[in-house]
Design a protein. Structure first.
Length: 271
């Protein structure tokens, strides 16, 4: 028996995936208990009880100044920015990526420009975005768009350009125009790749969002984390980081399920 041929069942895959997470939680609990045994006022590794106490007011008590439930208001603000940014990224990547992938002349003209923009560190452009768009929502969304869109465009364009030439030749033999080639041949095969690119972009998109919120915002998950760090409030920071991770995982799972249900043929070989 070779290990490369061992394929765990769905149930065993879930158990194997949960095991490392469980070990991390157990290790944290032991480390937290040890630190509090030596120093009951330790703030670096708060106990679960301390985190529950700190988060209670943010979850269920309205802020006296704004009247909002802070945790849920932060979550909603961040998800709105992320959703708008990724929506623009996806639409832009689909339109531009299809054009660059289908039309060699367009790829020769604008491929270098997309590559140049893609290698610019988006965080370095954050001051420029704040100067151009101000400190409002536009700059935060623009950072996500600038950071994610070029990668998605390049990935989709390369995928479309690599489609088998036999398909394009056969379609043209049957009388298909360039427009029909794009819609009937390339687009159906590009959509699963677009969703895959969006899944890979979730991590960087969250990084850009948290960075923008940390620098210039008055609400949001990133804003709250960087606000309480000055007080060493790890009992708030850790739950917020865990919540962001959970949201990212749920988004990834939702996109994966969408792709599998909408494009069954694209996942047959991966089963």
């Amino acid at each position: 028996m070779r290990w490369v041929n061992v394929r765990p069942s769905r149930r065993n895959s879930v158990l194997l995936g949960a095991l490392p997470l469980l070990l991390v939680v157990v290790a944290y609990l032991f480390a937290s208990a040890a630190r509090h045994a030596a120093n009951p006022s330790d703030k670096i590794l708060p106990t679960p009880a301390a985190m529950a106490t700190a988060m209670h007011s943010l979850l269920v008590d309205a802020d006296p100044l704004s009247g909002r439930l802070i945790f849920w208001a932060d979550t909603l603000a961040s998800l709105e920015r992320l959703g708008l940014g990724l929506g623009i990224c996806t639409l832009s990547a689909l339109l531009v990526g299809m054009v660059l992938g289908i039309l060699p002349a367009a790829r020769a003209s604008f491929g270098a420009l997309v590559t140049t923009v893609a290698v610019i560190p988006p965080i370095a452009l954050l001051p420029v975005l704040f100067i151009v768009f101000g400190l409002g929502e536009a700059a935060k969304v623009a950072l996500i768009v600038i950071g994610v869109t070029p990668f998605m465009i390049r990935d989709l364009a390369d995928h479309v350009a690599a489609l088998p030439q036999e398909q394009l030749i056969k379609a043209q033999t049957l009388g298909a125009s360039s427009w029909q080639l794009a819609l009937r041949v390339a687009l159906p095969q590009a959509l699963p790749r677009l969703i895959a690119g969006l899944r890979l972009s979730l991590g960087p998109a969250w990084v850009y969002l948290i960075s923008a919120e940390a620098i210039a915002s008055d609400i949001g998950l990133g804003y709250r984390i960087f606000l309480v760090r000055r007080y060493l409030s790890m009992d708030i920071i850790i739950p917020y980081v865990a919540w962001i991770s959970l949201l990212a995982i749920l988004m990834d799972v939702a996109l994966a399920q969408l792709s599998r249900r909408a494009f069954v043929w694209a996942h047959q070989t991966s089963r």
